[in-house]
Write a protein that binds this ligand. Structure first.
Ligand SMILES: Cc1cc2nc3c(=O)[nH]c(=O)nc-3n(C[C@H](O)[C@H](O)[C@H](O)COP(=O)(O)O)c2cc1C
Length: 266
């Protein structure tokens, strides 16, 4: 297999959800790079509905801590930068036709595929903007996932640790004064990792054939051992461990101690 950009695969393979961070601040240019990566992710109909609020101050962290899931409080505490991702539904309802028309004028979508300005204005626009808000939120959460994935991989490429974190949407919206047409999606912690993301190995995922089907649902698609071997060589597929190793336990307890968090004793 010809792989012109090998580094990229190492970035994918080396990403872990990092949950311990150093107090070290993140350079503003790195924060911007992460955000730029999300901005240029693929967007549905080019709706550009993904937005974020970025902050680093302790005061805002204190406001956020009571409304995130309890297991995320140490993450919010430690991470140098917090990104609050949300979707702006009006971008869909009010702007999608303009964005599509722009794509048409640029030659990104073309008559070869059935696109025309008339189709956009008189067929696509009425259809897309008739979707109920629940359907739009569902679709835009995919759009935000794409943006967040690009942000995460960019963070890894910049030598940063990153972890998504959940919280109570309506309360988070209140803290950040999000208008009704905006909806909180997920939080993201960013900073220099205090744990070695690679120590515990790549986190387990379901086997390839149990999640991918060929031709029809339930007919397992099989992975090619040679492909897997190549992906291992370029670090995209990395070693997994089947249980907590003494090295990882030592590391968890060392970073927990250093951060004033309880150690693992089970
Ligand atoms: C949308 C999304 C939300 C997540 N929310 C949380 C969270 O609230 N807290 C947390 O510690 N990890 C969260 N994670 C991280 C997952 O738990 C993580 O993917 C899992 O630990 C697998 O490990 P890995 O990301 O290191 O490969 C989230 C991941 C995703 C994709």
């Amino acid at each position: 297999m010809d792989i012109p950009r090998k580094d990229f695969f190492d970035v994918i393979g080396s990403r872990r959800s990092v949950r311990y961070f150093k107090p070290q601040p993140v350079e503003p240019e790195k924060v911007e790079t992460v955000l730029q990566a999300a901005r240029i992710a693929s967007h549905m109909g080019n709706a550009n509905a993904v937005q974020a609020i970025v902050f680093t101050d302790k005061e805002t962290k204190e406001k956020l801590k009571p409304v995130v899931s309890p297991f995320n409080i140490p993450i919010v505490d430690m991470a140098a930068v917090i990104i609050v991702w949300f979707i702006e539904r009006d971008a869909w309802y009010n702007e999608i036709a303009d964005h599509l028309a722009h794509l048409y004028k640029l030659g990104a979508v073309n008559p070869s595929h059935g696109w025309s300005l008339d189709f956009i204005e008189n067929a696509a626009k009425p259809r897309l903007t008739s979707f109920p808000t629940e359907a739009v939120d569902f679709m835009l959460s995919c759009e935000s996932g794409m943006a967040m994935a690009q942000a995460q991989l960019t963070a890894v490429a910049l030598g940063l640790g990153v972890c998504s974190f959940a919280g109570i949407g309506p309360k988070i919206s209140e803290i950040f004064n999000l208008p009704d047409h905006c909806r909180f999606v997920w939080g993201m912690a960013l900073g220099y990792a205090a744990e070695d993301a690679l120590t515990g190995g790549q986190r387990p995922r379901k086997p390839f054939e149990s999640i991918y089907s060929k031709d029809t649902y339930g007919n397992p698609m099989h992975s090619d051992p040679q492909v897997v071997e190549t992906l291992q060589q370029i670090n995209m597929i990395q070693g997994q461990v089947s249980s907590l190793t003494p090295e990882r336990l030592e590391e968890i307890n060392a970073v927990s101690r250093a951060s004033g968090l309880p150690e693992r004793t089970d």
